[in-house]
Design a protein around this ligand. Structure first.
Ligand code: NDP
Length: 490
């Protein structure tokens, strides 16, 4: 099914990924409209930022309760516009509510201004750090988790006192619009959370429209373009990019549990998860038993029932290319193969012993496909897991060595004996490094991300030694040297 997303350059249409029926249409925002949205947000943020933290919390919790009350609407939309099956939609909504709740309840505490020690040299000063909202945050989001992912930025940015202008993916505009509309209904506030619609070019315009920070979630190639556009005005960026997450299965793992969790992590949401499991390294001593359990679990599930269609038709070609090149490079198909791609669905595919330089190991597949490589020991597994450009999340299955293996993985997040659990813990920062980007959403770090620290010193009393003046006496300089020595020797 091909989609015509932009009609005659001015109207954005989203369609049901299974049936192709139109779901929604919106005018594409012009450059002037994008700038006007940012200007409107700059006005809207003044009152929002000036509210006491308790009032922002009250309004955000009212919004959360409205999202909950109207859950049937958004669950249906997640299925129609994004293709999610019921369970995947329910998980996305639950996670969204969980994070919004945490951000609303904790922003006041986390961002409270605090006193810090002034140190020996400035002992006569009272020193404080205040966290101030950045201002207007531009949010550009992907289509794979069209609510949970952008809300990882939006909830935390709003809770920190910013206004937000959001450009949803052109594949899921109605979901983005629904979020903004419900915010206005719950709070009665215009200009605090608004949406602009359009294709990638509209995102590029948002980068150049005078936002104070740009929070981007999407692929690494687009992330580079966003950074380049934001660099023109030195606009700071948050980059939540793709992943190629590995699971390590140690000799002492619960193999049945590991197989079920790997399968779910690889196939839920049709495998379209930045932190989904795409590679497995299993220690040879238990590889046969693990593969047997994984194959049995994979043969029992089915696309169209356990997960939905591939949302973006163009992705089917990438999935097919990865499967075919893995087989051509010497891998074998334990479950499924190229025939598993039956547009718009893809059934589970398990590929075994795929060479490390194959596309299925190095590039994001973004489909329900997982590679499993047998390795002689844990050191080899860890080295192979780390040997890709991405560094988002990872998974470890081991009864005794989970923590020590996790420590050696070069990623931002690790789940031990489970998959992607960190994404459902609001207090934990979410993000990666290397090709997976930088900066963090969620948790305290996610609130800090949307504020800037302001440092203040307040001179309380005179010291016998005057430092910040030109008319220093001889003894002031001796005292300064004495303090310097004291600090140096400590
Ligand atoms: P894309 O990078 O294709 O698009 C992301 C967003 O950027 C979309 O809204 C897109 O608009 C917009 N965009 C496209 N071109 C530009 C441009 N030149 N300037 C500004 N914005 C632009 O990613 P996908 O939507 O395909 O999402 C999938 C990717 O997102 C995967 O790599 C996945 O791993 C990653 N992701 C990362 C997460 C994380 O937290 N680390 C979470 C979820 C997904 P349009 O859609 O209209 O083209």
């Amino acid at each position: 099914m091909t989609r015509e997303l932009v009609d005659s350059g001015s109207v954005l249409r989203s369609v049901d990924p299974v049936y192709g029926a139109e779901v929604a249409r919106y005018p594409v925002a012009t450059r002037d409209e994008v700038v006007a949205a940012v200007d409107g947000a700059r006005r809207g943020r003044i009152e929002w930022a000036g509210l006491p933290a308790t009032e922002r919390r009250r309004e955000l919790l009212r919004w959360k309760r409205l999202l909950h009350t109207r859950r049937a609407e958004i669950l249906a939309l997640l299925t129609r516009e994004n293709g999610k099956v019921g369970a995947d939609a329910e998980i996305e909504l639950t996670l969204t509510l969980h994070h919004l709740d945490w951000a609303a309840r904790n922003a006041g505490r986390v961002l409270r201004s605090r006193r810090v020690s002034s140190g020996l040299l400035m002992v006569n000063q009272a020193s404080r750090i205040e966290r101030q909202p950045c201002g207007v945050i531009g949010v550009i989001g992907p289509w794979n988790y069209p609510m949970y992912t952008p809300m990882g930025s939006i909830s935390y940015a709003l809770a920190a006192g910013n206004a937000v202008v959001f450009k949803p993916s052109e594949y899921t505009p109605a979901i983005g619009q629904w979020l903004a509309d419900t915010f206005v209904t719950a709070t009665g506030r215009a200009g605090v959370f608004t949406v602009v619609h359009g294709p990638g070019a509209t995102g590029a315009q948002l980068c150049r429209a005078g936002v104070d920070k740009l929070a981007f979630t999407g692929s690494a190639p687009t992330g580079r373009k966003v950074m380049a556009a934001c660099a023109e005005s030195l606009t700071p960026v948050l980059m939540e990019l793709g992943g190629k997450d590995a699971a390590i299965v140690a000799e002492d793992a619960d193999l049945q549990r590991a197989a079920r969790a790997v399968l779910w992590g690889a196939t839920m949401n049709s495998g379209q998860s930045c932190a989904g499991v795409e590679r497995v390294y299993v220690v040879a001593a238990v590889a046969e038993r693990f593969l047997e359990a994984l194959a049995e679990a994979a043969r029992a599930v089915q696309a169209g029932r356990d997960w939905g269609p591939v949302t973006m038709p163009g992705q089917l070609a990438t999935i097919t290319r990865h499967i075919e090149s893995a087989l051509a490079d010497g891998g074998t198909a334990l479950v499924g193969g190229p025939e598993s791609v039956r547009a718009p669905y893809v059934d589970a595919v398990v590929l075994v012993d795929v060479p490390q330089d194959s596309a299925a190991i190095r590039e994001e597949t973004f489909g329900p496909v997982v590679t499993v490589n047998r390795v002689p020991d844990l050191d080899t597994a860890i080295a192979a897991a780390n040997a890709v450009d991405y560094g988002l999340g990872a998974v470890v299955f081991s009864k005794r060595h989970g923590a020590s293996i996790a420590q050696r993985l070069e990623v931002g997040m690790v789940s031990v004996n489970d998959v992607i659990s960190y994404g459902a813990v609001p207090a934990l920062p979410f993000g990666g490094h290397g090709g997976s980007g930088f900066g963090r959403i969620h948790g305290e770090a996610g609130l800090f991300e949307f504020t800037t620290p302001k440092s203040t010193t307040h001179r309380r009393f005179h010291l016998p030694v005057e430092i910040s003046a030109h008319n220093r006496r001889r003894r002031d300089e001796w005292a300064l040297t004495a303090i310097s020595r004291l600090v140096g020797m400590r």
